[in-house]
Design a binder for this molecule. Structure first.
Ligand code: MG
Length: 269
């Protein structure tokens, strides 16, 4: 099942995407579908192409994983980490799959990171890896937008990764039962039609089950929490000639079986 949140008469509305249609469900967003069943309504379906999709949910916690693909660690010139490297990304950065991402002006090195987002479906504490995938509600696409200059300069990444609109998420949440393995998904990112990232979740240093187990050893995961599992090689910062995002750029990220998100970069104050 593909669950989305869309704008319906000016308000967020939970929906089920089927082909070119969105069937309205009871609830505001995917968080409502996680904690309770979200029954169908007898309302007429909308055309997917004509609705404005919102972020599927605003997670209680958004935890990122750094340097979690072998090729990305290599391009950054670091050894793959010996254990997952966690950071907190402000949940207020989460925005609609269609963006826009606002270039705030206080960075000269805005960058994209196409990633697999894992949406947690149940309270999870100290789960072993072999049982961890049972905690997954579903998967989505996220752009872990990053200000590289501040990421280098500062010990924590509140500004580097937490800026307003730095987390386009969506286009919907695909429930876990539709994904055979989270470790065999192709991730591609284009900027202005130019393919920049072409990676696979098979290249993760720590797979989704290991990440959930590791995180849940340190803190309790709750329904709706999201893990941004790390980006493959090809971010702008490490290109032969660094290519940072500027207003007017258009970023598209696609993951096999999960759909694509696409957003403009616009100038902000
Ligand atoms: Mg990232």
């Amino acid at each position: 099942m593909r669950l989305c949140s869309f704008l319906d008469g000016g308000r967020p509305r939970l929906g089920r995407v089927a082909g070119e249609l969105v069937h309205p469900l009871r609830g505001r967003d995917v968080a409502d579908a996680i904690v309770a069943s979200a029954p169908e309504t007898d309302e007429a379906p909308r055309l997917l192409a004509e609705v404005e999709l919102l972020a599927p949910l605003r997670p209680p916690k958004l935890i990122g994983i750094g340097h979690n693909s072998r090729d990305h660690a290599a391009e950054a010139g670091v050894e793959p980490p010996s254990e997952p490297r966690l950071f907190a990304k402000l949940t207020s950065s989460v925005t609609a799959p269609g963006g826009p991402v606002v270039h705030p002006g206080w960075t000269g090195e805005l960058d994209y990171e196409g990633e697999l987002a894992v949406v947690i479906g149940r309270r999870t504490r100290r789960v072993p890896p072999r049982d961890a995938l049972a905690s997954v509600f579903g998967y989505a696409v996220i752009d872990d937008v990053t200000a590289r200059d501040l990421q280098r300069a500062e010990g924590n990444w509140v500004r580097a990764k937490g800026g307003d609109t730095f987390g386009p998420l969506g286009p919907w949440v695909t429930t876990a039962d539709e994904i055979d393995s989270p470790q065999s998904l192709r991730i591609r990112t284009w900027v202005n039609g130019d393919l920049r990232q072409d990676g696979t979740t098979a290249d993760m240093v720590f797979g989704v089950a290991e990440l959930i187990a590791f995180v849940s050893d340190h803190l309790t995961l709750e329904p709706g929490d999201v893990l941004a599992t790390g980006t493959p090689a090809g971010v702008g910062a490490w290109a032969a000639e660094a290519r940072h995002l500027v207003p007017g750029d258009r970023v598209r990220i696609e993951i096999d079986g999960l759909g694509s998100i696409e957003h403009d970069v616009v100038a902000g104050g």
